[in-house]
Design a protein around this ligand. Structure first.
Ligand SMILES: Cc1cc2nc3c(=O)[nH]c(=O)nc-3n(C[C@H](O)[C@H](O)[C@H](O)COP(=O)(O)OP(=O)(O)OC[C@H]3O[C@@H](n4cnc5c(N)ncnc54)[C@H](O)[C@@H]3O)c2cc1C
Length: 436
């Protein structure tokens, strides 16, 4: 460890999309800052996700305002490496002061003087402010019900790369949000027998009447929704940009041979128990799907838009056997299941941030990213200010707000009273006389 000691106004921790956006806005406002990233820029897009992943939103939407994916059709879905390259190029465009390969180990408020002392793997930094831009999805979560002592490969979706990684045999994918459903689909296409455990979900159409759902959520104001609808707190969103972008259709997957089951409840030895809520979960997903079609139709009508009718979007597959006669218990050994993929989400990890900005459950306490600890800011949190906050386009807008708040604080601190102003402008000789 070197003893280098750096001083900066604002330290940004993390150089994913959030850190890059934050740096851009601070640069525009002339706020001196430094970004520290323990790996590479946008590392999670490079090595934290499966090989075939493409962006969930089209290239015209899932980007920052200042740069397009010039090598891609705007309606295509950028492969994950291309997304990482994009953020690297973006950072280069405005010369973002990013130092990679530096781990932030501890942030503590200074006592008796302003600012924070930051311990890093490369030395100590002093900063007036800190922005935690370490991402909404830091620590993979596998629920405690996961069976112990069973001869199964069990991995989180964050560690899944491709079908070749799994042993011969069937697989149970737990969780049917965007990750779970895409991984299950890939495994089935690779010839595996797949059981997919489906909980509560939203399931927007990929596109409707010639507009992608990202467009619909935009014009209908849903990305800007300020808070989750009550009762939808644990509802995941099932969308996919894979194979050119298709609507996630659980019944369609079942008709291709996938076996759907309800929410995974428990394990006893090799026997898995599923809640009897599969049909209900699908029905609520359908409701969400149809509500978006209705809202889109109403929007088209109200604005007199010339977009083609699409009645076939309302035709659904009949309920497959696994829905009409749901499996409530499955002996994994008998069914030949040799692996489980837990697509069960992520938690945050702020163990390095030793400040008073968290509630009793360790969740950041903040308003639109401005935390309860003066000088500490968060960025990239789910629902930080709106539904789109943890996504590419949303974090850019949140970063703008947080940067503004930092600039406002700086301008207050730049205030000088009359005596201080006079002292600043007075000739040196006069100053000497006054202080003598
Ligand atoms: C499978 C998956 C697919 C997704 N697809 C899309 C999509 O298509 N479109 C979309 O808009 N959103 C998508 N998202 C959501 C979101 O855009 C991504 O999660 C994105 O990576 C979040 O960016 P971020 O900068 O907030 O966090 P991250 O990308 O996680 O970046 C945080 C960075 O902080 C660094 N870091 C953490 N702790 C420290 C420390 N102590 N010191 C130094 N560095 C540290 C990490 O190394 C990391 O590089 C997806 C998410 C997942 C999980």
């Amino acid at each position: 460890m070197t003893t280098e000691k750096i001083k900066t106004d604002t330290l940004i921790v993390g150089a994913g999309q959030a850190g890059v956006a934050m740096s851009e806005h601070l640069s525009k406002l002339g706020v001196p800052h430094l970004v520290l990233e323990r790996n590479r820029i946008a590392e999670r897009w490079r090595t934290g996700r499966w090989d075939s992943l493409v962006a969930n939103g089209p290239a015209w939407h899932d980007r920052f305002p200042g740069l397009e994916f010039d090598d891609l059709s705007p309606d295509s879905f950028a492969p994950k490496e291309r997304v990482a390259d994009y953020f690297e190029a973006y950072a280069k465009k405005f010369n973002a002061p990013i130092r990679t390969g530096v781990d932030v180990l501890k942030v503590e408020r200074n006592v008796g003087r302003p600012g924070f002392t930051i311990e890093t793997s490369e030395g100590v930094i002093e900063a007036a402010r800190v922005v935690a831009a370490t991402g909404p999805f830091q620590r993979p979560v596998i629920p405690p019900i996961a069976p112990k002592d069973q001869p199964l490969l069990q991995i989180h979706s964050a560690d899944y790369r491709n079908p070749g990684q799994l042993p011969e045999g069937a697989v149970l994918v737990v969780g049917a949000g965007s990750s779970g459903v895409q991984i299950a689909d890939e495994l089935q296409r690779a010839g595996k027998k797949v059981y997919l455990s489906v909980g509560a979900h939203d399931r927007p159409p990929r596109a409707y009447r010639n507009r992608d759902f990202c467009w619909w959520l935009g014009v209908l104001g849903e990305w800007d929704q300020a808070a989750m609808k009550p009762g939808r707190e644990h509802v995941t969103i099932a969308v996919s940009g894979a194979h050119g972008g298709r609507t996630v259709d659980f019944r369609g997957l079942a008709h291709r041979g996938m076996t759907l089951v309800g929410l995974t409840q428990s394990f006893n030895g090799s026997v898995a128990t599923f809640q009897p809520n599969l049909a209900d979960n699908l029905a609520r997903g359908d409701e969400n799907y149809l509500a978006l079609l209705d809202a889109a139709d109403a929007y088209i009508e109200r604005n007199g838009l010339d977009l083609p009718q699409e009645p076939e979007a309302r035709i659904t597959f009949p309920d497959p056997e696994c829905v009409t006669h749901p499996i409530l218990q499955l002996d994994l050994a008998e069914a030949g299941v040799t692996s489980i993929i837990w697509a069960t989400g992520f938690a945050t990890d702020y163990s390095w941030l030793k400040v008073n900005a968290f509630d009793a459950n360790g969740k950041p306490q903040h308003q639109r990213g401005v935390s309860t600890e003066p000088g500490v800011y968060f960025l990239g949190l789910p629902w930080q200010s709106r539904r789109g906050s943890s996504f590419i386009w949303g974090v850019w807008h949140d970063a703008k707000y947080v940067a503004d708040q930092i600039a406002i604080q700086r301008s207050y601190l730049e205030y000088r009273d009359l005596e201080q102003r006079e002292a600043q402008t007075a000739p040196l000789a006069h100053k000497t006389t006054v202080s003598a």
